[in-house]
Structures are given as structure tokens and as C-alpha cells.
Design a binder for this molecule. Structure first.
Ligand code: ADP
Length: 863
């Protein structure tokens, strides 16, 4: 992202983009009331304006006024430009001639004046847009931000309506689909087809197979491990050195050179290439070329190559690879990232020195050494075109899918970096295509090459040909109309005042055609007039070459896999399988016919009684098959339903043990309901297991009740003892242990015989409550012998139950509850369930002790 503090250009600096406006619109009408063109050609006039950084209001305030002065003579119009701030034109010298205007005018028709004829009319590019913005948030190259700022682009964040986005990585599909019709991005979807080493070699190999004479533009390449066998055969026949590269690494990472392919791992994903052992050397150093290529359109394919580029040199003198030196990356690899780490790296000092030189210096060297420079570059252009054509079907398809609405300008452009190695015969080889070539400016030579490169690239874009605001307005109107159409109907929306569908304007089709022919012609006119240091290589200027490249576009129609060994084998096997199948069918039919003859005219299928004899065996067989298939499908469906039910139950089972128990019980209930009289063996087993479970559960419940009763008895005993100690009116004999088990009917009746005082009545109530509580609490029956019973009834009188006693009772109840919990009732149940196979270890992991115990037991039993 560009720094906010970066210096802005001075106001009087020329700026061909942000400050241009259509002079035609601003010009005052002449005497006849007609607006006339300036200099009879469409031009964009640039005017320095103080408020250029501001938004719309600023621009409007500083809108310059134009005044035409008559009598300029000839073609020369004399125009006076007056700005509000008067910075550009001092008041004492307000007159400008058209030729003077040229100094602040950005002419779009420069050399050579282009003439385009579409349906008999001349076409020249027209400009409508006023202000261009660029989003450089997603590029790490500061130079892009710098150059765009200097060119007058407004920097905006991604969420704003930028005109151009410059990003380092291929943007997400969503971004591409949501792009507005005036927006452009620096990536074509699908360019990865040539930008990843494996895909590039796959595409080039495919093309080589189809056009063996034409596609020798890259070293022989195999994809490991797929082509391991082929390369092994090649290696056995030819004594060659191979270079191995990872599929998608860059900057020389993971590359090594070898003559022995047995060192390559069997499953390693690598590119195996024949090593170019005799490269062209300059001063004894190996080098490769970085050729910058701009693609402005894929349908039709338009490719431009930048005349300037870089030659990157290795930092140690080249010696053909031997076992001793093949590991020396500074000798064999020419990557800048690698070589700059070498102490012998030379920072460019003049055009013909340094480890990084300009292509112009390389061309000079070629000339000096009597090489044919133009022929060399023609072969480079040819290799670039062929490489791009190999991905053309994908590029075209992806573009049309992603940008169906871009009818005015191209939605994408891409600056590619081709790495080209030249051999001693001056034959170029494509090594790699970079989708985001480095635009960092580490050295002065970088600056000299890359700064104009970025500028010329942006100039080439026909972004200015669209009127952003108009498109936004059109899209809004269209959107509103679509909404209305949904609410009312199509007719009502079409009759809306002021509505003119841009779709209809574009040619009357509901679906917009990507870039109409008119828009394309405008784009071509623009590009041809803004080439800068670019040269067009596609479409080629030579018509003979146009025809030559045409055949490569037909690649989709070629039977690509028709002649491979695998496809031949597949075809053979298919043929054999089909023959076998036919033979079997014939045999089946014969057997059936024989069987029918033997049985006579026996009716085998319901509904066939009448014509059973006439039904051919083929039909009978097909019917049987159908029925079998139906039965099978039914069975299958039932199985699936059962499985779904089972999984549903499993999924529904919550982690809480208590609820799990509930689920388990519901499952039991469900199973019980499902159990039919005709039980399968598995169901009977389950039933038996269930019964066992029930039994053990009942026994457990019984045991618990007993336990509870014992505790109650103990409590009562203690209670009685306490009362005795506190001076309850129990006589000595009544303190027989076990005699105070339960308040009997007799004792109660004796209580009721007491005189009815108010206090006593309350007491009686209390006792009654207590006794009923006790009787509810304890279901055990403590049997008393008749003698003790009599004694107890004779001697026992109820003492008052104090507050302390009541709280004790409550405490006791609480304690009892806790104890019950402590006994691990749930653990008990779960361990039983685990034993019976209803739960897994995973289910009972919420009881770590239990799990631990189970594991211990299992270990012990296994031992
Ligand atoms: P990277 O993406 O890692 O830069 P390249 O394919 O560009 O990988 O290869 C890195 C360097 O290795 C090249 O700059 C070139 O000098 C050398 N190289 C690559 N392939 C070959 C080859 N087939 N013959 C000779 N040198 C090669």
C-alpha cells in the first residue's frame, strides 16, 4: 500500500490521467451555436489544477473555462484557458495556440495515425472517463504505487470503486465475479496453466505431441513420478544431464542437477528436464533473459512484448556439468535471488557490466558478435506466442465465465515474466513463466527497466475508454428495473420514464456479449496508439504468420488422447470386454431357450398366461432381472433405513450420563416395540440380555431398599437412645435394643388417650407426623416379639421432638442422599451396560475411575 507521506507531484507537473477531461465537452459553442472539435481530432487536454487530490466538489470548483478566439487562421485554433486558481496560465498571458496546447495535451492519436474501418466508418478511440483510481493494496512492489501516483492515479482501498487493481496473487473467484464493468485487474483467470511448472510442461508436451515440428520451444520435460518410466528409457538411450525442479517452487529453490536418475525418489513430485549443457555465454557466464510480456486480451489473443528487459547472469564462470561442479548453483543457476548471495555478484556498473544487464545491452552484444538480432527476437516472440496459445482454450473459457458483463473494456490484463535460456546456437528455450514478475527496484538497472515498464503497461490499458460514472448509473437503473420487473412485470419496467437498458443499447441481447466489436475496435485503436516501448506480437503484423498461428488455435479439435499408448491399450481392453460380454449373453440366451424347450410352454410369470409360449426368452430374462433388481433394491433400502435409525440414535445420544440412560431406555422401548413374533437370532439375544439386565436391576433395587431400611432402624435406635439420655419418660425396661423399631398402633392409641390439652394436641400432631414420616421413610418391617411389644406399649411415652432433632433428620436425609451418590449407582449401571455391550469405552469416559477399573480388569484378564 502506498505510503500516505510519499511526495505528490508538483502542481505544474504534467499528468495525462487524473486531470484530463474531454475538452470537447467544455469548449464553448462557436458563433453558429455548434460545438467544434479542437484541431479536428479527439484529444484529451490536461490542465494542472490545485484541487486534483480532492473529490468531485473540488474539481467542480476549479473547473477551467475555455474561450475560443476567432481568427486563429488555418487549422490553428486559439484557445484561452482560464482556471480559477490561475496557476497554469498567468493572467497576462492567457492565450494559447493549439500547438502550445499540445504541450499540456495528451494526444491519443499519435504516431502512426491509425485508421480502423468497421462497417465503412473510421474508428478512433474516444475518451469519456475523467478520473482513474488504482488499488495497490495487494502488491508488495512499492514501485507500482510510486509510478501510479506519479501518473496521477488516485490510490483507493479495495472496497472502493477502483478502476485498476494491481495484485501480486491471482485474485479470488468472488472478486472477479463481482467486478464492475469499468474495472480491470492484472490477472487472467486460468493463467496458472502456464505459470506453474508442471502445468506448463503438461500443456507444452501436449502441444508438442500435436505439432511435433513446431513446439520445440522448451527443453525435453517429464513429470515425475508419472513419466518416471519414460524418462528412464530416455536416460538409458541418451547420455544426458538432467535438471530436477519442484512443481511449484520458485527462485531456484529445490533445484538440482544430476546424471543419475536413480537418485530421484520414487514418489517425489518433480519436473525432470534435459539440462541445456551448452548455453550461450557472455564473458564466460551463463545467463537467462527476463522478457516482459503483456496480455491485454485473450479473446482475441493480444500479446505485447516489452523491448526492454533484463539479462540475469550467473556469478561463476560456466563449465559444463560434471560430478564435481553440478552442485554449484552460482555456476548453473542464473536466479537473481541465489546469485546476489554470492560475494562475486556485481552490481550493475554501466550497461555492459554487472550481473544484471538490460536487454538493450544484450542486443548490442549480439550485434557486436555478428548475430542476427531481429531473427533471434522473432524466435523469442514465436516461443512466447506458442506458450500462450497452449493455454488459450482455458484462458478464453475462464474469461468468458468470469466476466460475462464486461462489454466495454477488457476486465483483465497481465504482465508476465518469461524466463528464456539461450543456447550456443542462439535458440531460445522457455524455462518458466512468472505470473507476477518481480517489480522490485534493488538496483539502478531495475529502476531503468521497471519504472517505464509499469508506466507503459498502464498507458496501454484502455481503462480511460469507459465512463465509470455512466456505467454506475446504468447499472443502478438496470438493477432498479430488474427489481421493478420482479414486483410488477417486464412491461411496466420497460415503460419507466428515462429508462434505457444498457443491455439493449449494447445490441439488444439480454445477455451481454463480452466486449462488443465496437468496444474492441476502440481498445485496439487505443493500444496501437499507446504502445510505448511495447511491440505487438499477437496478432502478428505479418499476414503469413497470422495463418501459421491459426492452426494452433484448433488444438481443441485435435484428437488429443487418440494416439497415446495408454489410450490404445484402453481401447483394446474395452473391445475385448465387449466381445466377452456379448459371448456370455449369447450363451445365456441359448441355455434359456433349451430350458424352455425342455419344460414346454410353462407359464413362469404372472400375467403371461396367455402368451407365455410366445414370449421370447430375452424378454423373460430381462423381466427376471428386473424383478431381482427390485427385490435387491428393496432389501437395500430396508438396510439403509435401519442403519439410518441406528446412526440417528447414536447421534442423538447426549454426553450426559443421565440423559444417555434415558436414551438407552427409549431405545429399549423402541426395540421392544419393533420385536416381531418372528425374531431373528440377534433380536432374541438382545431380548435375553435385556431380561438379564432387568433382573439384575431389580435385585439391585431390592438391595438398596434393604440398606435404606437398616439405616432407618439405626437412626430410630439412636433417636430413642438420645431421648433416654435427655430424660424421655421411658422406663428402664423399655430400653431394650431393637424395641424402638417403629411407632406401633398401640402406642399411638395410648397417645390419643391423653387428656386433650392444647399443648398435648400439638404434640400429638407432631408425633403423628413423625410416625407417618417414619412409616413412609422406612418400608421395612421390624418385627417385635409379643412380649417386648407389650412392654414397649406399657412403658413408652412420647417425648417432645425438638428443633435440633428435626434438623438432624433433615441432615440425615441429605447425608443419605450423598451416600447413595457415593455408592456409585450410576457407575454400577454403566459398568453393567458396558459389560453387556451397550456402551463403548468412549461412552463411559465421563467416569474415569470406572474406565480405569475396567481397563485394569481387562489387562489383568488378558495376562
Ligand atoms: P525457478 O522458478 O526456481 O527460477 P527455473 O525453471 O527458472 O526455476 O530455473 C532456475 C534456473 O535454472 C534458470 O534460471 C536456469 O539458469 C537454470 N535452468 C533451468 N532449467 C534449465 C535447463 N533445462 N537447462 C539449463 N539450465 C536450466
Amino acid at each position: 500500500m502506498p505510503s500516505k507521506k510519499s511526495p505528490r507531484p508538483a502542481n505544474n507537473e504534467l499528468n495525462p490521467y487524473t486531470r484530463f477531461f474531454n475538452a470537447q465537452k467544455s469548449l464553448p459553442p462557436d458563433k453558429d451555436g455548434q460545438k467544434q472539435g479542437v484541431c479536428n481530432r479527439e484529444s484529451v487536454y490536461v490542465l494542472s489544477n490545485k484541487a486534483r487530490g480532492k473529490r468531485r466538489s473540488g474539481r467542480e470548483n476549479n473547473q477551467p473555462t475555455w474561450r475560443r478566439r476567432g481568427g486563429g487562421g488555418g487549422n490553428e485554433d486559439t484557445i484561452m484557458v482560464v482556471t480559477q486558481d490561475n496557476t497554469q496560465q498567468p493572467k497576462d498571458k492567457p492565450l494559447l495556440t493549439a500547438s502550445q496546447l499540445d504541450s499540456i495535451c495528451y494526444d491519443i492519436i499519435k504516431e502512426p495515425p491509425m485508421q480502423f474501418h468497421v462497417n465503412g466508418t473510421d474508428i478512433a478511440p474516444s475518451i469519456r472517463g475523467l478520473r482513474l483510481s488504482v488499488c495497490v493494496e495487494h502488491t508488495r512492489f512499492q514501485l507500482v504505487a510510486k509510478v501510479t501516483r506519479n501518473m496521477g492515479f488516485q490510490h483507493v482501498p479495495e472496497h472502493r470503486l477502483w478502476n485498476i487493481q494491481w495484485s501480486d496473487s491471482t485474485p479470488h473467484h468472488d472478486l472477479l465475479r463481482n467486478m464492475k464493468r469499468f474495472q480491470q485487474i492484472n490477472h487472467f483467470p486460468g493463467m496458472v496453466e502456464i505459470c506453474r511448472k508442471d502445468l506448463l510442461s503438461r500443456n507444452l508436451n501436449r502441444m508438442l505431441k500435436m505439432f511435433p515440428g513446431d513446439y520445440r520451444i522448451f527443453p525435453k520435460t517429464w513429470l515425475m513420478p508419472t513419466d518416471a518410466y519414460d524418462v528412464a528409457i530416455y536416460a538409458s538411450k541418451h547420455k544426458r544431464t538432467f535438471i530436477l525442479k519442484p512443481y511449484s517452487a520458485g527462485q531456484g529453490r529445490g533445484i538440482w542437477i544430476t546424471t543419475d536418475l536413480r537418485t530421484v525418489g520414487k514418489r517425489e513430485k518433480l519436473i525432470c528436464q534435459t539440462y541445456i549443457e551448452r548455453p550461450l555465454l557472455i564473458d564466460g557466464y551463463k545467463f537467462d533473459l527476463r522478457v516482459y510480456t503483456l496480455v491485454t486480451s485473450v479473446d482475441p489473443l493480444r500479446i505485447f512484448v516489452y523491448n526492454e528487459g533484463l539479462a540475469r547472469f550467473a556469478t561463476q564462470k560456466y563449465v559444463p556439468p560434471t560430478i564435481g561442479n553440478s552442485h554449484n548453483v552460482f555456476m548453473h543457476l542464473t536466479n537473481y535471488c541465489l546469485n546476489r548471495r554470492n560475494s562475486q555478484y556485481m552490481v550493475g556498473n554501466g550497461p555492459e557490466a554487472g550481473s544484471k544487464r538490460k536487454l538493450s545491452a544484450f542486443n548490442k552484444w549480439l550485434l557486436d558478435h555478428n548475430y542476427d538480432v531481429s531473427e533471434f527476437w522473432a524466435s523469442v516472440d514465436d516461443a512466447i506466442i506458442k506458450t500462450l496459445i497452449s493455454a488459450w482454450p482455458t484462458l478464453k473459457h475462464n474469461y468468458n465465465v468470469c466476466f460475462p458483463k464486461h462489454d466495454k473494456i477488457q476486465a483483465s490484463f497481465q504482465l508476465l515474466g518469461f524466463d528464456i535460456l539461450v543456447d550456443w546456437k542462439l535458440k531460445p528455450y522457455i524455462l518458466e513463466v512468472n505470473h507476477t514478475p518481480s517489480l522490485s527496484a534493488d538496483e539502478s538497472v531495475d529502476m531503468e527497466v521497471k519504472r517505464p515498464l509499469i508506466r507503459d503497461t498502464l498507458n496501454m490499458l484502455s481503462t480511460a475508454l469507459v465512463d465509470k460514472e455512466q456505467i454506475i448509473r446504468d447499472d443502478r437503473t438496470e438493477h432498479r428495473a430488474r427489481l421493478l420487473r420482479n414486483i410488477y412485470n417486464k412491461k411496466a419496467a420497460a415503460q419507466m420514464p428515462g429508462y434505457s437498458s444498457p443491455i439493449r443499447e449494447a445490441g439488444g441481447h439480454e445477455v451481454r456479449q463480452a466486449c462488443s466489436i465496437g468496444a474492441l475496435t476502440q481498445q485496439i485503436a487505443w493500444e496501437e496508439s499507446h504502445l510505448g516501448n511495447y511491440r505487438r506480437i499477437m496478432p502478428p503484423r505479418d499476414s503469413a504468420k497470422v495463418n501459421y498461428y491459426c492452426k494452433f488455435y484448433e488444438q481443441n479439435k485435435q484428437p488429443m488422447f487418440a494416439d497415446t499408448r495408454a489410450s490404445r491399450r484402453r481401447e483394446e481392453l474395452n473391445h475385448q470386454a465387449m466381445q466377452k460380454h456379448q459371448r456370455e449373453r449369447q450363451q445365456d440366451l441359448m441355455q434359456q431357450q433349451q430350458a424352455q424347450n425342455r419344460i414346454g410352454k410353462q407359464v413362469r410369470w404372472p400375467g403371461d398366461q396367455v402368451q407365455a409360449a410366445q414370449v421370447s426368452p430375452v424378454i423373460l430374462q430381462s423381466r427376471r432381472r428386473r424383478e431381482e433388481a427390485e427385490a435387491h433394491a428393496k432389501k437395500h433400502r430396508a438396510l439403509i433405513a435401519r442403519e439410518i435409525q441406528r446412526q440417528k440414535e447414536q447421534l442423538l445420544a447426549p454426553t450426559c450420563a443421565k440423559e444417555r440412560l434415558g436414551i438407552w431406555q427409549s431405545v429399549r422401548r423402541e426395540k421392544r416395540r419393533q420385536c416381531s413374533p418372528k425374531r431373528s437370532s440377534s433380536i432374541t439375544k438382545a431380548h435375553r440380555r435385556k431380561q438379564q439386565r432387568n433382573l439384575s436391576q431389580r435385585a439391585r433395587q431390592q438391595r438398596m431398599l434393604e440398606l435404606e431400611a437398616q439405616r432407618d432402624a439405626k437412626f430410630l435406635e439412636e433417636h430413642a437412645k438420645k431421648q433416654r439420655l435427655e430424660g424421655g419418660r421411658i422406663t428402664g425396661q423399655s430400653a431394650i435394643p431393637g424395641s424402638v423399631g417403629k411407632i406401633t398402633e398401640k402406642s399411638r392409641s395410648s397417645l390419643t388417650k391423653q387428656p386433650r390439652t392444647r399443648g398435648k394436641h400439638v404434640l400429638q400432631k407432631k408425633i403423628h407426623r413423625e410416625s407417618s414420616n417414619h412409616s413412609q421413610m422406612t418400608k421395612c418391617k421390624v418385627e417385635l416379639t409379643p412380649a417386648t411389644k407389650a412392654e414397649a406399649s406399657a412403658n413408652w411415652t412420647a417425648g417432645s421432638i425438638s428443633e435440633v432433632e428435626t434438623s438432624q433428620l433433615l441432615d440425615w436425609r441429605k447425608e443419605r442422599g450423598n451416600r447413595l451418590k457415593e455408592t456409585g449407582l450410576r457407575e454400577l449401571i454403566f459398568s453393567k451396560m458396558y459389560e453387556n455391550g451397550h456402551l463403548t469405552k468412549n461412552d463411559i469416559k465421563c467416569f474415569p475411575d470406572l474406565l480405569y477399573q475396567i481397563l485394569n480388569n481387562e489387562e489383568a484378564s488378558s495376562r
